[in-house]
Design a protein around this ligand. Structure first.
Ligand SMILES: [Zn+2]
Length: 308
C-alpha cells in the first residue's frame, strides 16, 4: 500500500515555521508585533483579504495597523527571511478603508478552488489555520466553565478566564472519511446538501470513546448498512470549515446489500472501477459527478484507489 503522506493536498503543508517556543514569551511576541518587517494577514467575517487579480495574500505592515486592538494570532516565522507573520480579525467597519478594487475579502473555499485548479498552493495551509483559530476566538469569548469574559493568551493559541483561571484551547473535530471497497467496486454516497448528481466517500464525525477504526465501522453501518473490516489509514487533511481534521481511510465491505433506512444519506451505491475512471476523466455532470471537488481529500482517496 502506497503512503500518501507526502502528496500535497489543499490546506496541508504549513509553509512557515510555527515557532511555538515564542508563543509563551510575551516580550518576544510584543517585539515582533512592532518589527517593521512583520507581515499581517487580515480576515473580515472569516474571509481573508486577497490581492486581485493574482489572488495572493494581502499583508499589512505593523505601521499600518494596531495589533493590540484586534484578535491577533502569531502564525510563525518565514523559513527564508525569518520575518514574522500574524493574522488579525477585523470587523467590516475597521476594514473599510483597506478594501479597494484590487484588495477584497474572499471566501476561503472559493480561493481554494481557484488556486488548487492551477497547482498545489501552500498558502492555503496558512489561510486555513488562521481562519480556524480566528473563528474559534470569535465564537469562544466566554468561559465554558463559569461564563465570564475570557482573554486571548499564548499569542492567540489559547483563551484564559480571569475569573476562574481556566484555560481554553482551540478545538479540532476529527472526521473519518472512508473508501469502502468490495472487490473491484467502490461504495459512494450523496448527502441531500451535495450539488446535483454528486457522489463522494462516506464520512462522519468521531464520537468520544471511539477509536478511528470503530468510528469508521459505525459510520459506514449507520449510513449504508454495510459492515466493514480491515480499516487502514491513508492520509489526513485539515479542513478549516470551521475546524475539522479529515482522517482518510479504506475499509473492506463484508456485505453488499445497502440499507438507507435511518441514514443521513439520500443515496448510496456501488460503482465499478470503470465507471469511476470514466466519470472522473469526463469531469461528470448533473446526473453523476464522482468526487468532483479538487480541494477535498475524497478526490485524493479515489485517485489512490484507481492507482492501486
Ligand atoms: Zn471561568
Amino acid at each position: 500500500m502506497r503512503n500518501l503522506y507526502n502528496e500535497p493536498c489543499a490546506f496541508a503543508g504549513y509553509p512557515v515555521d510555527p515557532a511555538d517556543h515564542i508563543r509563551n514569551d510575551q516580550n518576544h511576541v510584543a517585539q515582533l508585533q512592532k518589527d517593521p518587517d512583520t507581515q499581517v494577514m487580515i480576515f473580515v467575517d472569516s474571509r481573508p483579504l486577497m490581492v486581485l487579480p493574482d489572488l495572493s495574500i494581502f499583508y499589512l505592515s505593523v505601521k499600518e495597523i494596531e495589533l493590540a486592538d484586534h484578535p491577533c494570532l502569531f502564525m510563525g516565522l518565514r523559513y527564508d527571511t525569518g520575518e514574522a507573520v500574524f493574522a488579525v480579525a477585523l470587523d467590516p467597519q475597521s476594514a473599510e478603508n483597506i478594501l479597494s478594487d484590487t484588495v477584497k475579502a474572499i471566501d476561503l473555499r472559493s480561493i481554494a478552488y481557484q488556486l488548487t485548479a492551477k497547482a498545489y498552493a501552500p498558502e492555503l495551509a496558512l489561510l486555513g489555520k488562521a481562519r480556524s483559530i480566528l473563528d474559534w476566538h470569535h465564537r469562544h469569548g466566554f468561559c465554558a466553565n463559569c461564563g465570564a469574559k475570557t482573554n486571548l493568551s499564548k499569542a492567540g493559541y489559547a483563551r484564559k478566564c480571569p475569573a476562574c483561571g481556566t484555560e481554553h484551547f482551540p478545538r479540532t473535530d476529527p472526521v473519518v472519511i472512508m473508501l469502502v471497497t468490495h472487490g473491484d467496486e467502490l461504495l459512494l454516497g450523496r448527502s441531500p446538501h451535495f450539488p446535483k448528481g454528486s457522489y463522494s466517500a462516506l464520512a462522519g464525525f468521531m464520537e468520544p470513546g471511539e477509536t478511528i477504526e470503530e468510528a469508521c465501522a459505525r459510520e459506514v453501518f449507520e449510513e449504508s448498512g454495510i459492515r466493514v473490516k480491515n480499516v487502514q489509514y491513508l492520509k489526513s487533511q485539515p479542513w478549516p470549515f470551521p475546524s475539522s481534521l479529515m482522517i482518510g481511510l479504506t475499509a473492506e465491505a463484508e456485505n453488499t446489500d445497502i440499507q438507507l433506512e435511518g441514514s443521513e444519506l439520500e443515496d448510496a451505491r456501488w460503482f465499478s472501477r470503470d465507471q469511476v475512471i470514466e466519470n472522473i476523466k469526463q469531469g461528470g455532470d448533473d446526473n453523476l459527478r464522482i468526487a468532483g471537488y479538487n480541494i477535498a481529500i475524497a478526490r485524493h482517496l479515489v485517485e489512490w484507489w484507481l492507482r492501486e
